[in-house]
Design a protein around this ligand. Structure first.
Ligand SMILES: Cc1cc2nc3c(=O)[nH]c(=O)nc-3n(C[C@H](O)[C@H](O)[C@H](O)COP(=O)(O)O)c2cc1C
Length: 222
């Protein structure tokens, strides 16, 4: 694959939110997961876990749980201040109900010996606290799983499948974990409905590289 072909694959991927009824072969989903696991990951812990859901009833139960939480939040007096966003929250929450398949992504918990040392030290050394906060914002556990998801989405796209990376459903994290029987040492972090696209959304232009990057060639003046 040359750079133009890679560019074509990456730039043509879209978040797909409408699917045909055509069943998704399990083998394609498992292949996409396998490719996802070649993503870089913190300490090579490979701390990801994937629930491949081909059962439409279970996808429906997840959608019900997410919708119920959306309705609960919409009932809060504070929701009236959200304006249109409150309505969108209600109509958008469970649009994935009819997806033919979904992949729920979990992150296993792990604490490295270095993290254990820093958090013990934090109790007596304020600078260790600054170090801990710097490390925590960069959250290797979540970044690792995210990199696998990004690879996986690209693989699904190359296979002609359409998917959307969703964190919105995590508003019903506890309920979905119960439905999927996620063990306590894992946290669900994303829900990805997948199917053959019924429509391909228009391109979403990206900010120019010049706006989102800075090339550092010389010393930075203080
Ligand atoms: C971490 C993350 C969370 C997202 N959560 C949602 C979501 O809950 N619902 C949704 O419809 N799209 C969600 N998206 C998809 C984004 O809206 C989408 O990637 C973005 O608008 C760019 O469009 P594109 O993927 O078609 O390029 C999420 C994407 C990411 C990376």
């Amino acid at each position: 694959m040359n750079t133009d072909e890679l560019t074509g694959l990456i730039t043509s991927r879209r978040s797909v939110r409408a699917w045909t009824d055509k069943p998704v072969p399990e083998s394609l989903l498992l292949k996409a997961i396998e490719l996802g696991t070649y993503a870089p990951n913190g300490g090579n812990q490979q701390n990801w876990y994937f629930y491949v859901i081909l059962n439409k009833r279970i996808i429906g139960s997840v959608a019900d749980a997410v919708q119920e939480v959306a309705e609960y939040m919409a009932s809060w007096p504070e929701a009236s201040k959200l304006g249109d966003a409150a309505g969108r929250m209600l109509t958008h929450a469970s649009f994935f109900r009819n997806a033919p398949a979904a992949i729920a992504v979990a992150a296993k918990r792990y604490v490295s010996p270095l993290e254990e040392m820093i958090s013990a030290r934090e109790k007596t050394d304020p600078r260790a606290g600054v170090i801990a906060r710097g490390r925590s914002i960069s959250n290797a556990r979540i970044q690792s799983v995210s990199s696998a998801v990004a690879y996986m989405l690209l693989a699904l796209h190359q296979m002609g499948l359409g998917a959307v990376w969703m964190t919105g459903p995590m508003q019903a994290k506890a309920e979905i974990e119960e439905i999927l029987k996620v063990p306590p040492e894992m946290d669900l972090v994303a829900f990805i409905p997948v199917g053959y696209p019924a429509e391909m959304p228009p391109p979403k232009p990206r900010k120019p590289v010049s706006e989102i990057s800075r090339v550092i060639r010389e010393d930075i003046a203080r």
